[in-house]
Design a binder for this molecule. Structure first.
Ligand code: SIN
Length: 546
């Protein structure tokens, strides 16, 4: 059976960046169509996601969205905090765009019905690590991402020219005749088909599954990065993986995120002797930048013989809020495991949370390949530098999703109508679990919070061994599990290569063998692409992207 899939834009991913871009393209993109076509319809936007629409990092975001809503001074402070957290590597232009356009985008969300928490009618603001003032909006206490996702989805569903397609895995991106973008999609029945478009946006989120311990859902397998990499795009700053300091640490229980907002509301960190310890690490104590807190917890959680010691989050003394009301989702999860914020010390340890690196883009979402755009966690504008400021990621998705849509709308070359013969793949054996466990474990042990050359080399060799096993792209069969596994291998390898090349410590990248920051040699972004050595570049000095 031949199918003809015609669309103008394909968006890979239905988190905050993807949905905001879809809305922008469907609404404003109509302006750039030929008037006769415009009368007929707006541009067609196809959003694909490999699971249900509400399964993405966006929906798991608890703490909130950082935004400077009270004027110029506030915006300047938000910029300073973003730049300072980024440890000398923030692309200032991208950060300026983020903080200046943020309020506009959040006002838009309010108009679209996002139900942020209020007190006496006024938006409530909280604080998280490395913020110099309270500027974090939250919704339903600790379900900010889910609430934003809900309102964006409702808005997108009301636009007839947006098609939302669930349970569809995007496998490949290519440029037909070097010009027109095409994506290869795979259905749940292992049916493959191509879709051509005027432009493609990668908004496929992060890659937390590259580590054994992560706050990310199972879908976070670095698909967009790997796809762009295979197509030859530039990938940047892969050594900068942010580890959230406080994930719940109970044997046999998933690494559930315990929002930084808990510390924003006054929670302490305590070591195995139940002493507060952050004063030994940073003047901002529990609200120090995330990389500092995560490393402090790792150090306190290691006994003299390398044995694991518990570290706790302590909210028992906080009386100004009712934790069960302010953090209902967290409280519910803890209660299911016999714990209560009011009553108990909560065992925590860091977990992989957010990738600062990704597909290199300019501030309009343009990658180094024509008509391929990226926004949100999959992208690297350099806005977070070496360490993302807490709660800047939802804002990033909104601001750069909207910007990418504006730029994509200018891609007017319409694809040919195409009749496509879909193909059914033999399903490859799906059991990559052993190899995947090895990959995640070596990444955690050797390319995690504390790194050195020896460990990174061991990790690199282990990844090579896994890669050289019989499962290559040329092997028999095909499946979503196989694609994800291949994608994680690519991401892992680029994290390790970049971490090996950066002979310094900065932000989330800490080398025991190079413990100091070295601005003269490494005050630049790392860049990799398929088959090329790691190089270091200054984003603000290099030429515009495609
Ligand atoms: C949190 O709630 O701590 C996560 C927010 C973020 O990652 O910015």
């Amino acid at each position: 059976m031949a199918v003809a899939e015609e669309t103008d834009f394909v968006i890979v991913g239905a988190g905050i960046a993807g949905l905001r871009a879809a809305i922008g393209l469907a609404a404003d993109g109509a302006r750039v169509l030929h008037p006769s076509e415009q009368a007929r319809r707006g541009p067609r936007v196809l959003v694909v996601t490999k699971e249900a629409l509400d399964e993405s990092n966006t929906y798991y975001a608890q703490g909130g969205i950082a935004v400077a809503m009270s004027g110029e001074e506030d915006v300047a402070l938000h910029l300073d905090d973003t730049v300072n957290a980024g440890d000398g590597l923030v692309n200032r232009e991208a950060a300026r765009v983020l903080v200046e356009e943020g309020p506009l985008r959040v006002e838009e969300l309010l108009r679209w019905g996002t139900d942020f928490d209020r007190e006496a009618g006024k938006l409530m603001l909280t604080r998280e690590g490395a913020h110099s003032r309270n500027r974090i909006l939250h919704a339903h206490g600790d379900a900010t991402g889910a609430e934003i996702g809900r309102s964006l989805l409702r808005h997108a569903r009301a636009m007839p020219n947006i098609t939302l397609r669930e349970w569809t895995t995007t496998c490949e991106f290519s440029l037909r005749d070097g010009v027109l973008p095409r994506v290869g999609l795979l259905t749940l029945d292992n049916l493959g088909y191509n879709v051509d478009a005027r432009a493609v946006l990668l908004a496929s989120g992060g890659a937390g599954q590259v580590y054994s311990d992560t706050t990310n859902p199972a879908v976070a397998t670095g698909d967009g990065i790997a796809m762009a990499w295979r197509a030859g795009a530039e990938i940047a700053d892969m050594e900068f993986y942010q580890f959230h300091p406080t994930a719940l640490s109970l044997p046999g229980v998933q690494r559930f995120l315990l929002s930084e907002a808990l510390r924003g509301e006054g929670a302490y960190l305590r070591n195995a002797r139940e002493e507060r310890f952050m004063e030994r690490y940073h003047p901002l104590l529990e609200l120090a930048p995330r990389d500092v807190v995560a490393r402090a917890i790792t150090r306190e959680g290691m006994g003299p013989g390398g044995e694991a010691l518990p570290v706790y989050l302590d909210m028992r003394h906080v009386t100004k809020i009712d934790p069960a009301t302010r953090f209902p989702g967290i409280s519910k999860f803890l209660a299911e495991h016999g714990l209560a914020l009011r009553r108990d010390l909560i065992p925590v340890r860091p977990a992989a949370h957010y990738l600062m690196g990704g597909v290199r883009t300019d501030v309009h979402g343009r990658t180094s390949l024509p008509r391929l755009y990226a926004a949100g966690e999959v992208a690297c504008t350099g806005v977070h530098g070496a360490n993302r400021l807490a709660s800047n990621s939802l804002l990033e998705g909104l601001v750069f999703g909207a910007r990418a849509a504006e730029a994509m709308a200018g891609e007017t070359q319409t694809p040919h109508r195409n009749q496509i013969e879909p193909w059914t793949f033999e399903r490859s054996p799906d059991d990559f679990s052993e190899a995947l466990n090895t990959l995640q474990r070596v990444m955690w042990n050797y390319a995690g919070l504390l790194r050195d050359a020896e460990g990174l080399r061991l990790c690199h060799d282990a990844l090579e061994k896994i890669s050289s096993h019989k499962w290559g792209w040329t092997g028999e069969g095909y499946s979503r599990a196989r694609i994800e596994f291949q994608n994680l291998l690519i991401v892992a390898d680029e994290v390790v290569r970049s971490a090996l090349a950066r002979h310094e410590s900065r932000g989330a990248h800490y080398r025991n063998d190079f413990p100091k920051r070295d601005d003269a040699r490494f005050g630049r972004h790392s860049l990799v692409s398929k088959g090329k050595e790691v190089t270091f570049v200054d984003f603000q000095r290099t030429e515009a992207l495609a």
